[in-house]
Design a protein around this ligand. Structure first.
Ligand code: HEM
Length: 407
C-alpha cells in the first residue's frame, strides 16, 4: 500500500494511483486533515460518481458531530458566507444559479475576449523576454489568469494588482496558515460586494453587470449570491489555470518530441494540434487532482463498496484520467490523442463552467510561449522542483526556464 499525500506523493502521485486503481479502486483513507474519505480512482466509477445526484455537494450532509466540532477540515464548513456558490450546492438552487451565470458567461463572450488574452500574454512575456530566463509560475502562469478574470468580471484595472496580491496570498498559503488566507478572502469578498453595489447604478458590458442584468430580468439573485458567484469565478478559475499553464509547459519541456511536433504545427499556422494538445495536457497532468467534496445523502454502492450516508467521497480525476481501461498507453503524452474524454473539467451538472475560458488561456499561453521563445528549456533539475499539493489541486511552486534573450 503506497503512502498517500506525502511530499514524494505530491511530486508524482501516479504510481500510487495506479496501485489504487488496481488493488483498491474505491478506497477509504484518512486524509491529512484527519477526515476519513472514500477515494474513487477508476474512470468508469469516477464518471458515474460525478453524475450521481445521491452525492451532494453540501457539506451539511457530512457527519454532523465532526461538523459541529468544526474539525473536518472540509472547506466551506466555517465560511457560511461562501456556501451559496455553485460548487457547494445542489439542485434546485444549483440549477437556478448556474443558469443565471451561464447567461452572462457565454462562449461568445469568451471568444470576444481572445484579443485581450493575447495582449495580456504578450505583455507578460515582454516583461522577461530580454532577460533570457524566468520563473514561469510567478511571472507568467500566476498573473495571466488573475488579470484575465478581473477584466472579464469588470474589476477596474487600477484595482487588479490588489487582486493579484490577495490571490497570491491564497495560493502561497493554500493548506497552510489560515490567518492570512482568511483575511485575503474577506478583502476580496468585501471588495466584490462593493463593486456589485456600485455597478448597479452604471451597468457596463462586463460579467458582473451581466449577472446583475440577468437577476433583474425575473430571476432572483441576491447581492450575497452575486458576490459569491464573482468570488467562485475568481477562485475556481485562478489556481486551476495557473496549474494548466505550469503543468502543461513542464510536460512539454519533459517530452521534447511532442513539443517539437507542436512547434512545427504552430509554425505552419495550424491550430489542430494545439487544441487536442491542451486537452491531452489536461488528461496527462491536469490541475485538479481530486474533484471537490461530495457527500452521500443515502446508502449507495460505488465499484462494489458500500458508502454510508454522510460519508465524504473524493473522485480522483488524476487517477481516472490515467486508467488503462479507458485510455490506451495512459502514461504517454500524445498531443494528437483522439477520443480523449478526460475528466479534467469534471462531468455532470458541475462540469467546469469556465472550460471555454481555460481553453482560450491555455492555448494562447502555450502557443505564444513556444512561438516567441522557441528554444525555451528547463533551468532546474526536475528532482529539485517543488510541487504544491493541496488536496484538490496539484501544481508547481516554481518553473525556472532559460531561452535566448530577445529585446
Ligand atoms: C467546476 C476544472 C478553469 C469556473 C470545475 C470542476 C472541475 C474544474 C474539475 C468540477 C469540480 C467538481 O465537480 O467537483 C477546471 C480546470 C480549469 C478550470 C482544470 C483550468 C484549466 C476554470 C475557469 C473558470 C472556472 C477559468 C471561471 C472563470 C468553474 C466553476 C465551476 C467549475 C464556476 C463550478 C461549476 C458548478 O458547480 O456548476 N472546474 N476549471 N473554471 N469551474 Fe473550472
Amino acid at each position: 500500500m503506497p503512502t498517500l499525500f506525502s511530499w514524494e506523493f505530491a511530486a508524482d502521485p501516479y504510481p500510487a494511483y495506479a496501485w489504487l486503481r488496481e488493488h483498491a479502486p474505491v478506497h477509504r483513507t484518512r486524509l491529512p486533515s484527519g477526515v476519513d474519505a472514500w477515494l474513487v480512482t477508476r474512470y468508469a466509477d469516477a464518471r458515474q460518481a460525478l453524475a450521481d445526484q445521491r452525492l451532494s455537494k453540501n457539506p451539511a450532509h457530512h457527519d454532523e458531530s465532526a461538523h459541529a466540532k468544526g474539525k473536518t477540515g472540509i472547506p466551506g464548513e466555517r465560511k457560511a458566507e461562501l456556501m451559496t456558490h455553485l460548487l457547494n450546492i445542489d439542485p434546485p438552487d444549483h440549477t437556478r444559479l448556474r443558469r443565471l451565470v451561464s447567461k452572462a458567461f457565454t462562449p461568445r463572450r469568451v471568444a470576444e475576449f481572445a484579443p485581450r488574452v493575447q495582449e495580456l500574454t504578450d505583455r507578460l512575456i515582454d516583461g522577461f523576454a530580454a532577460r533570457g530566463s524566468a520563473d514561469l509560475i510567478h511571472e507568467f502562469a500566476f498573473p495571466l489568469p488573475i488579470y484575465a478574470i478581473c477584466d472579464l468580471l469588470g474589476v477596474p484595472r487600477e484595482d487588479q494588482d490588489d487582486f493579484r496580491d490577495w490571490a497570491g496570498m491564497m495560493i502561497r498559503h493554500g493548506g497552510g496558515p489560515r490567518g492570512g488566507v482568511a483575511r485575503s478572502v474577506k478583502k476580496m469578498r468585501t471588495y466584490l460586494a462593493e463593486l456589485i453595489h456600485r455597478k448597479r447604478d452604471a451597468l457596463g458590458d462586463d460579467l458582473i453587470s451581466g449577472l446583475i442584468r440577468a437577476s433583474d430580468h425575473g430571476e432572483h439573485l441576491t447581492e450575497n449570491e452575486a458576490a459569491a458567484m464573482a468570488f467562485i469565478l475568481l477562485f475556481a478559475g485562478f489556481e486551476t489555470t495557473v496549474n494548466l499553464i505550469g503543468n502543461g509547459v513542464y510536460a512539454l519541456l519533459r517530452n521534447p518530441e511532442q513539443r517539437e511536433r507542436l512547434q512545427t504545427s504552430l509554425a505552419a499556422g495550424e491550430r489542430g494540434l494545439l487544441q487536442t494538445g491542451v486537452e491531452e495536457l489536461l488528461r496527462y497532468d491536469g490541475p485538479v487532482e481530486l474533484a471537490t467534496w461530495r457527500f452521500a445523502t443515502e446508502p449507495l454502492t460505488i465499484g462494489g463498496r458500500r458508502i454510508a450516508p454522510g460519508d465524504p467521497v473524493l473522485v480522483v480525476l488524476a487517477a481516472a484520467d490515467r486508467d488503462p481501461e479507458r485510455f490506451a498507453e495512459p502514461d504517454t503524452l500524445d498531443l494528437s490523442r483522439g477520443d480523449n474524454q478526460h475528466l479534467g473539467y469534471g462531468h455532470g451538472i458541475h462540469y467546469c463552467l469556465g472550460a471555454p475560458l481555460a481553453r482560450l488561456e491555455g492555448q494562447t499561453a502555450l502557443a505564444t510561449l513556444l512561438t516567441r521563445l522557441p528554444d525555451i528549456r528547463l533551468a532546474a533539475d526536475p528532482a529539485d522542483l517543488r510541487w504544491r499539493g493541496g488536496l484538490i489541486m496539484r501544481g508547481l511552486r516554481t518553473l525556472p526556464v532559460e531561452f535566448t534573450a530577445h529585446s
